[in-house]
Ligand binder design. Structure first.
Ligand code: A2P
Length: 330
């Protein structure tokens, strides 16, 4: 396993984590336990994934079974869109810690830069007459960040960061922060390499975590059926000839090539899998080295903004929020 250092705490963050978006609560408990047994030490979840409780019970069982300790683990979770305001940070963080059965998380991210009004009964977004989520137009990133800093100071969180924010939004937080953002989690894969954002993060000592590092093949059916996405939005990165040729050469799988490619550039990857064989496969990409020319071949796959899969437009009307982060659909 390779680690990256977080700039303000010197904490070591494993470059491989287990992604758990779309990992059903009924299966994720055994997945997380199995992943810990295999040697995963970094788990990524979120309030919105509805699986913090199952993940918490897997980790607690693993520790109670004497298989390892909490301090060996790096656990990330995220402040949801329904709580994207200073006055909700502590309430949600405490609820999430309770669900996770932990006294602290290693990393807490603001999940998205925009916010929705919250239905306090169901802890889901309020919906208006047209069926759209109700936008909270008062989102104030700096005020929310200050609350995260307080929680970091009091020990409930070791590191704080952002997810799905754009450069301008991050810059504003950096300017006002005492404790700077340590990590930015964004969509990042061979077709969408976030070249500009990566330069920006390097300048600010922010570590990047790539979600959908394999191009999220499993989300395709769900998004095409439920949200009417075009199937072509989802690239088949695992079948690209440039990727399969390298896989053959090194005796690796396409997934291992794609993960290796990102980690070689100091990017943290969080591939999701609930399948034991693929969990094993997704750990085993550290024992070979692509040449500079081969890395360049993969760098050339980048499609820039055209490679983006996720833009959150499935939350109808979200692009009208003042903090909607992506310019291309404005
Ligand atoms: P599964 O959970 O059945 O393994 P991403 O992390 O880019 O969003 O991709 C996650 C999706 O890719 C999931 O649907 C997962 O399915 C699938 N997946 C994970 N690892 C691999 C792999 N090594 N090869 C092929 N598909 C994979």
């Amino acid at each position: 396993m390779k680690f990256v250092k977080l700039s303000q705490t010197n904490d070591a963050m494993p470059t491989l984590g287990l992604g758990t978006w779309q990992a059903e609560p009924s299966v994720v408990k055994s997945t997380v336990y199995a992943a810990l047994e295999l040697g995963y030490r970094h788990i990524d979840t979120a309030f919105n994934y509805n699986n913090e409780e199952a993940i918490g019970s897997a980790i607690t069982k693993w520790i109670d079974d004497g298989r390892g300790t909490r301090s060996e683990l790096f656990i990330t979770t995220k402040l949801p869109h329904i709580a994207n305001r200073a006055s909700d940070v502590e309430k949600f963080l405490n609820l999430q810690l309770k669900r996770l059965q932990m006294t602290y998380v290693d990393l807490y991210l603001i999940h998205v830069p925009f916010g929705f009004h919250c239905d306090p009964e169901t802890l889901t977004p309020k919906v208006n007459e047209e069926g759209n989520y109700e936008l909270d137009m008062d989102t104030d990133h700096v005020a929310t960040w200050k609350k995260l800093e307080e929680c970091q100071k009091s020990g409930l969180i070791r590191n704080i960061g952002l997810s799905n924010f754009n450069e301008e939004q991050i810059e504003k937080i950096v300017k006002h922060a005492t404790f700077k953002p340590q990590v930015l989690q964004v969509e990042l894969h061979a077709y969408f390499q976030q070249i500009e954002l990566r330069k920006f993060c390097e300048k600010h000592n922010i570590i990047l975590t790539a979600y959908a590092p394999l191009g999220s093949p499993g989300a395709k059916n769900h998004f095409v059926t439920k949200y009417k996405y075009s199937p072509s939005t989802f690239p088949d990165l695992l079948s690209l000839p440039d990727v399969t040729t390298l896989a053959k050469k090194y005796g690796k799988t396409p997934a291992q090539i794609l993960l290796h490619f990102l980690v070689r550039q100091n990017i943290v990857v969080i591939p999701k899998s609930t399948n034991l064989e693929r969990l094993k496969e997704n750990m085993d990409f550290y024992d070979f080295e692509l040449t500079t020319d081969e890395m360049d071949t993969l760098i050339r796959l980048d499609k820039g903004e055209n490679g983006r899969i996720f833009n959150f437009l499935f939350w109808k009307g979200v692009e009208f929020h003042p903090e909607y982060p992506f310019e291309s659909v404005k």
